[in-house]
Design a protein around this ligand. Structure first.
Ligand SMILES: Cc1ncc(COP(=O)(O)O)c(C=O)c1O
Length: 479
């Protein structure tokens, strides 16, 4: 809930209270420098015990509710035909209106199976924007990803409420050029992870459906953050006026022929699913589940996780839950913007996204400005964010690097985990770092994996900037 204080500020008021908590600690600045050096200046390689506010991701880190916890205690551990699975399929049918559920162990497992089923060499795969694991699976099967965002979607500071919309005219041009037979689906990601968690509108999805119907091309929905997307439609889309979040979710699902998600992000702590009401898709995909994941009624998940997802699906249709991180993100974004920090606006789902290109204009993309900002933010504050820029773009087959469309430090805001004072701390430290941005320098790879290099790659600073930044932090805040 948003609440306007008498001093004029609007704050997010948490509509939940804590029952179980986990202690976190802020290491001395010198130890933080040691830790990030040991991690090769890659925040993925930090130990979480060395992190104060863990804003790396919302994947598997959202808080679960008492009802989810309770339900998971009453799960049915049967290998085959588990009652927990039937409670899940009932929830999917009731809340999202879809008939068939194929469980998998997490989102990328769904992508692996969908890539095997739909994609072959010569396939063209239009989408609003790619996600790292999605692109890896689709291109490994020989497909070509085509990103068809509408103009202005990559502008950092913007009033455009739906930067995740797909350009439907461009989709039609691609169908004319490549032929409908070479386009197994058009993928919509709710909310576009790599470009600031930006939503698409229901109006856009309806238009896409109408355009694809005549060609018989299905819509594939990556529903990993579908509730946040639905919440932003509820708040911003005139085409959905008068609808509830639950009705919006049901229509989004109804317009999509094949839906998959990472339940780690969407509605529980673990797991994933492929959902469809197309019997032909179900029959084609189902035989792969026991081969790659597990039997059809658990798909690599524990029955406890399945129960958590079943309850989570119900909870995520509640605007107080669907909007909880969106409102916290907006709170942080507004404060950063007021203080002149380049940040993606409007705030989206998933996290707060700071533009490293503008924050660190003296660092060229070849030295990974977003990676430098992530490392510097950790040294300064103990907050762990994630690089979403050129480090996250793998080299092409001929070994060349290319710049990312955007250079972002993503500070994830998992659902119902952080309080408004955590956001105040993090944003304050970002403002301090901006005032000292000239101290931050570049990075270079010293160990570089060939695929998804951002996960495991190690880097080193190109000068002794890390030590100089530490000195400034200690001078300001003490050791
Ligand atoms: C949009 C999107 N799709 C797919 C995935 C992959 O899901 P998982 O991490 O569960 O494998 C993610 C994970 O962050 C995601 O954000």
């Amino acid at each position: 809930m948003q609440f306007r204080l008498r001093d004029g500020r609007t704050i997010p008021v948490e509509m939940h209270k804590s029952k179980v908590v986990q202690t976190i600690k802020l290491l001395p600045a010198e130890d933080r420098l040691e830790a990030i050096r040991g991690a090769g200046f890659n925040t993925f390689l930090l130990r979480s015990g060395d992190v104060f506010l863990d804003m790396l991701t919302d994947s598997g880190t959202n808080a679960i509710s008492d009802n989810q916890q309770g339900a998971s205690m009453c799960s049915d551990d049967a290998y085959a035909g588990s009652e927990s699975f039937y409670r899940l399929t009932d929830a999917v049918k009731r809340v999202w209106g879809k008939d068939f559920v194929l469980p998998v162990h997490q989102g990328r497992a769904a992508e692996h199976i969908l890539a095997r089923f739909f994609v072959k060499p010569g396939s063209f795969l239009p989408m609003n924007y790619h996600f790292t694991t999605t692109k890896a699976h689709f291109t490994m099967q020989g497909g070509t990803v085509l990103e068809l965002l509408k103009p202005g979607a990559l502008e950092i500071d913007s009033d455009e409420p739906f930067k995740g919309d797909i350009d439907v005219d461009a989709v039609e041009r691609v169908i004319d050029e490549k032929g409908a037979g070479n386009i197994p689906f058009v993928r919509m990601e709710a909310t576009t992870n790599l470009i600031g968690g930006q939503p698409f509108s229901l109006t856009n999805l309806r238009r896409l459906k109408a355009a694809l119907k005549k060609h018989g091309i299905p819509i594939m929905l990556d529903a990993s953050l579908v509730s946040e997307n639905a919440f932003m439609i509820w708040k911003r889309d005139k085409g959905a006026a008068g609808m509830s979040v639950a009705e919006i979710l049901k229509e989004m699902m109804g317009l999509s022929d094949i839906v998959y998600l990472s339940a780690r992000k969407s509605c529980a702590g673990r797991g994933g699913m492929i959902i469809t009401d197309r019997k032909d898709f179900y029959d084609g995909i189902a035989p792969m589940i026991p081969v790659y994941e597990g039997f059809l009624t658990y798909g690599g998940m524990s029955s406890r996780e399945i129960e958590g997802i079943a309850v989570g699906i119900n909870e995520m249709a509640d605007p107080e839950v669907a909007g909880s991180s969106v409102e916290m993100i907006n709170f942080g974004v507004e404060k950063l913007k007021r203080n002149g920090i380049p940040v993606i606006t409007p705030g989206g789902g998933l996290g707060i996204h700071i533009d490293a290109k503008q924050f660190l204009p003296h660092i060229g993309w070849e030295q990974y400005p977003a990676g430098c900002l992530a490392a510097a933010m950790y040294i300064a504050s103990g907050v762990r964010g994630m690089e979403r820029g050129s480090m996250s773009v793998d080299r092409s087959a001929d070994g060349k690097e290319s710049p990312s469309d955007v250079e972002l430090l993503r500070l994830a805001v998992p659902r119902r985990v952080f309080s408004a004072s955590h956001i105040e701390y993090m944003t304050d430290m970002a403002i301090w770092l901006f005032e000292h941005k000239d101290l931050v320098g570049g990075l270079r790879f010293v160990q570089e994996p060939p695929v998804l290099r951002f996960f495991m790659g190690k880097l080193a600073p190109v000068s002794d900037w890390d030590k100089k930044l530490l000195d400034a932090v200690e001078a300001e805040f003490g050791a």
